[in-house]
Design a binder for this molecule. Sequence first.
Ligand code: SIN
Length: 579
Amino acid sequence: MTQHLIARSGYWSTLGHRLNAQHDVHDSSAFVCKAIRLICDNNWRRRNSPLAVVGALSNPRSFASAEAGLSESCAELASRLGLVDAALVRDRCYVGGAWVEAARDGPAARFPVHDPATRDALLTVPDFDAPDALAAIDAAKRSQKAWAQKTAAARATLLRRWHDLILEHREDLAKIMVAEQGKPRKEAEAEVTYAASFVEWFSEEARRTYGEVIPSHDGDSRMFALRQPVGVVAAICPWNFPCAMVTRKAAAAMAAGCCVVVKPSEETPLSALALAALAERAGVPGGVLNVITGADADAVVGALADSKDVRALSFTGSTDVGKSLGARCAKTVKKTSLELGGNAPFVVLADADLDAAIEGALRSKFRNGGQTCVCAQRFIVHASLADRFAEGLADRAERLKIGIGSDPATEVGPMINQDAVEKVERHVTDALAKGARRVTGGKRAYPDGTPTNGTGTFYAPTVLANCDASMAVHREETFGPVAAVFSFETEREAIAMANDSDSGLAGYVYTRDGEAMWRVAEALECGIVGANTGAVSVAAAPFGGVKESGIGREGGRQGIDEYLEVKYLRMNNTAPKKA
Ligand code: SIN
């Protein structure tokens, strides 16, 4: 019938030839068939004006997204970002293998995602509420049994395909991330590689969820400890690593045999939706990975935390939210992994290689503009080196290029929002009022010196010397590009200062003395220690904190355990009796 229509219609065949030329499609009638299918799709037509329909069909990039059932706004954003694969821009949630809107209608059912550099709206996405979240949990629950029953090898193969697609679309994913999160393009590309590395790692770990054979206490029994998927998992992800925190949680859970409902931050949902599009393409069955967006985090996350059907919840974010989520999850006694704030000490002993310590400090402090849980916060430097360290770090920090993330030269992008900048300003003002010395920075900055009418969220890399324990920079995580330098006389004093915190995520030590390195590393009350390095994050290592920095580990051999539970099986009358 469609072929017949095409054959009879001069308009369609002209359009077919035009599209053929523009899209480099050899079979124009097949192409027009696709176009007609698209126009006949009520869902897509309802969301796009007649003009946009024609526009989408005459632009290859827009056509790719239109073909994937995407809106005109998705196509526009994809074209603005210069994506090769326009279908990675999604403005609907992915639930049960379908791309869906919030159940309620109207503009209030969507919320905007902004570019943090300009505050321009990029796209709107569904504003899920609690009932929508419950529907996503149901979708995950419906798929749970079949996914858990797949062989580890089958799950591994699907994860591996997802990994390959993520790397294949590294540049597009990085562009989406830069647009919504603001980090420099190079860092965004590195994050996509980092994100893919978790999928690869857990595709391999899927095959290694070994149990145990327990030596029996009597002659008749045989006893085993089996490891089984915990069930539906909720993964609540932060805005600072919009791809890597999704895969660090979701790939581990999926490898273990769990279906997942991912709730990305309302600041950065587009990266998570793009990852879902790639998982769909990789052949991950519907319902195994669900991604839901919502501006009212309390409502959506609350529904996930309260649900009896969600058997594990993994959260990365602020300590305050983590504490209240932990309490909420306790009501249904679900497994809870919390990766919360840090306040990382960076100890530089008197014998340290100063240049190496400065390089490590620069890398640790200014990665993602200081918006990282493992960023060094308190530089605790031997008194003999403290001034030289502060001057050297300031010199390097001043040379960092501040700008919009899409500029290839940019090394420090905007902060995520005004609240974040204001917190930085509060910490700097407090420190200066209490006697700290400003070595560099200490003020807002603009890309290339262009004022942004007060909407910009750029803050200059800052170094403060002479800091002490009375200051907010000692007690609280700044989560911004501010290096606070403290000084000490003895190793014991340095350790006491480092541990004088309720947090305990990452810690760092620089020294040339092997024994001192072990002493300090073992004494630091942290879940992660970098010795003579400012970079600690890697898929193969367990990431997580002690004290109020969290519970559980992500990545490493340990990461999959968060999504498995142990079942003890005792069998009698099945084997020869032992004496
Ligand atoms: C985080 O800041 O939560 C994650 C940082 C990392 O994985 O390096």
